[in-house]
Design a protein around this ligand. Structure first.
Ligand SMILES: *Cc1c(COP(=O)(O)O)cnc(C)c1O
Length: 314
């Protein structure tokens, strides 16, 4: 479904301005259903769904989830029902509810309607509550006789992370540092596992330190999966995960001032768009680390896409 390999190219104007050798991996251009990082995960997840004979998939996320959009398109191709438990803006109760309201119109919601995604919209609440709603939907579908394939938020199962281990093989150049947005975690985890040379830094899009525990669990699951099915790619030691929280902003789904400044800088130097929720925050982190001298040499930014959600912000 994806158009791979995605381009990887230098950013000449920003490199000169920042006095580094800055490159970008264009996973905004994975092509399928308007691109983004989720397409890579779906190549593997949907193969597993097909192998299990699934009639329906169930996942969850925010109403403007990029994953739900691409999953809906994959379900169209494969003739499966697509169900997603969503909230305008799920949040982490222990960190409080953000004042910002997510949008349930336009953007990915509109594209989801065109794809006949069954969006089950619930009032905003904690992520744990959202997971429970998704499980209720899955059980109801099973009771009606369907075979259901469950996918965690953002496609972040070990198999989803494996897609990014494989993605690292597209890099022809070698880099000193790779920076990626990190939210549900399989992009960061897979890249960190797959890249033994460079320092891989995941910039959090949610200000929640507990996510690091989820990343470690995901990494162990990935290691076990590779040990079982792909021993040629097995690492002798698990990588340390470098997970940075400084640029996550106020909450998940809430744009940050630093992120918006980074988005405008990339647009105005290189003509490339970032999305405010994920890639802009990570790019803000990248810029800050370069400017402080913490990061230098040959640096790669992994662009994860996310543009369709911009059109819900109006
Ligand atoms: C989902 C998403 C991310 C985060 O990737 P994870 O693998 O969930 O950490 C980053 N950018 C965009 C645009 C996304 O849709």
């Amino acid at each position: 479904m994806c158009c791979l390999p995605t381009p990887c190219h230098r950013l000449p104007r920003l490199s000169e301005e920042l006095e580094v050798d800055l490159w970008i991996k264009r996973d905004d251009l994975t092509g399928f259903a308007m691109g983004g990082n989720k397409g890579r995960k779906l190549e593997f997840l949907m193969a597993e769904a097909v192998a299990q004979g699934a009639d329906a998939v169930v996942t969850c996320g925010s109403a403007q989830s990029n994953f739900v959009r691409q999953l809906g398109a994959a379900c169209s191709v494969l003739g499966m029902e697509c169900h997603a438990a969503v909230m305008a803006l799920p949040y982490s109760a222990i960190h409080g509810r953000p004042a910002h309201r997510g949008s349930t119109m336009g953007g990915n919601v509109l594209l989801g309607e065109w794809l006949d995604v069954q969006l089950h919209l619930y009032p905003d609440d904690d992520w744990e509550v959202l997971y429970t709603h998704a499980e209720t939907i899955a059980l109801e579908l099973e009771e009606s006789g369907l075979i259901v394939y469950r996918i965690p938020v953002g496609g972040s199962s070990p198999l989803g992370a494996y897609a990014f281990v494989r993605a690292t093989e597209e890099l022809g150049e070698s880099f000193d540092v790779v920076v990626t947005p990190c939210s549900s975690g399989s992009t960061h985890t897979g890249l960190a596992y797959g890249l033994e040379g460079p320092r891989v830094i995941g910039v959090a899009c949610d200000p929640e330190p507990e996510i690091l525990d989820d990343l470690r669990t995901l990494l162990e699951g990935l290691h076990a999966l590779i040990g079982e099915h792909d021993r040629g790619r097995l690492r002798t030691r698990l990588p340390e995960l470098e997970f940075r929280l400084e640029w996550a902003g106020e909450a998940y789904g809430v744009p940050s001032p630093e992120g918006m400044a980074a988005l405008e800088l990339l647009a105005q130097t290189e003509g490339i768009f970032l999305d405010p929720i994920y890639s802009a925050k990570a790019f803000a982190g990248l810029l800050a680390m370069i400017r402080s001298g913490e990061v230098g040499g040959r640096v790669l930014f992994w662009h994860t896409g996310g543009l369709p959600a911009v059109f819900a912000e109006a």
